[in-house]
Design a binder for this molecule. Sequence first.
Ligand SMILES: Cc1ncc(COP(=O)(O)O)c(C=O)c1O
Length: 424
Amino acid sequence: MAASSIFSTVPQAPPVAVFKLTADFRADTDPRKVNLGVGAYRTDDSQPWVLPVVKKVEQKIANDHSLNHEYLPILGLPEFRSSSSRIALGEDSPAFKEDRVGGVQSLGGTGALRIGAEFLRRWYNGNNNTATPIYISAPSWENHNAVFLDAGFKDIRSYRYWDAAKRGLDLKGLLEDLENAPEHSIFVLHACAHNPTGTDPNQDEWKQIAEVMKKRFLFPFFDSAYQGFASGNLDKDAWAVRYFVSQGFELFCAQSFSKNFGLYNERVGNLTVVGKDSDNVSRVLSQMEKIVRTTWSNPPSQGARIVATTLTTPELFDEWRDNVKTMADRVLLMRAELKSRLEALNTPGTWKHIVEQIGMFSFTGLNPKQVEYLIKEKHIYLMASGRINMCGLTTKNLDYVAQSIYEAVTKIQRIYSPFEHANL
Ligand SMILES: Cc1ncc(COP(=O)(O)O)c(C=O)c1O
């Protein structure tokens, strides 16, 4: 008799939408196909881009015979941790002068979020307080919910962010949700280039957000996955985080170098911790060390070496800044070109949000039926929420994509996506 498997009751989990979309795109043999779903930079030839500065530093590392493959410390490569925190907070941040910044090298931005969430569950607002509310923007990167759930938090809530009718920030709703949140709630804030809406608060709006958060004793957990991509300028894109630090907040900032270094598969990130003083930060880091030890034990070195060498060598840093600007500028160009084509075709609706939104993504307002039409009839792959990656556009496919969007919009009534289908 065949023994039944001990795993026979394990249910099949659904695929992760963005990875499934890429698999479907790869399997499609139509020569017109376009992938606007992927969350990574592409060149005008639709190819991944290894940043020239990264290639240079990889060579340097390969030729450096003093390096080896010994384990890194549990918290990571010291020069990586400090240079990453510096790029987030700014060289002259008072927090450095007062020696109250710590960093935890992590497996990408996701790892930084996960380690941060785990720490907060264990040690924030009491001890193992799984009832602390976690507020995530509506909509947001779908992994945010799952990361905090998996860290054990039970009360994950959403805060108003996107006003679908005006296709912009719902500042009033956001401020109300901040006002009404229980004290000590945790707010996950996108540092810049909000995913998926491409809409950030302006500086005045950030000031209002900070004011309410301070008054209500709310904890800011910044997610900084696109520094440099929003404006092309690293300092400008870090303005919100730096402003919160200047206002005396203790905070976390999960940094990802996946996008701005194109180091997606090297899994390189950093959790910057800003505390009231050095003693608090060192106790926090001692607990972080315990969490990392049982999670990945110690982090990988290649990505961290590339980033640290680049950030700490002035000529390489300048080159990196130029590389980031090259990517940001291509996105800006594609935004302008898509908008002008949609307008030239007299596509119903307004399209200025395409150029007003920033970062890698655009929230087109296409509804799930229109998205389905684009995938099935036009072989243009995008998320059901209507989010498109601007880097999927090229000078060669712009006309085809614009014409196809025109057809989708005119054939299928345009309604603004309500997000219940969003799975970004
Ligand atoms: C908002 C946001 N946070 C975090 C991440 C995670 O980045 P990483 O690939 O470095 O884990 C992403 C990646 O898409 C993202 O969009």
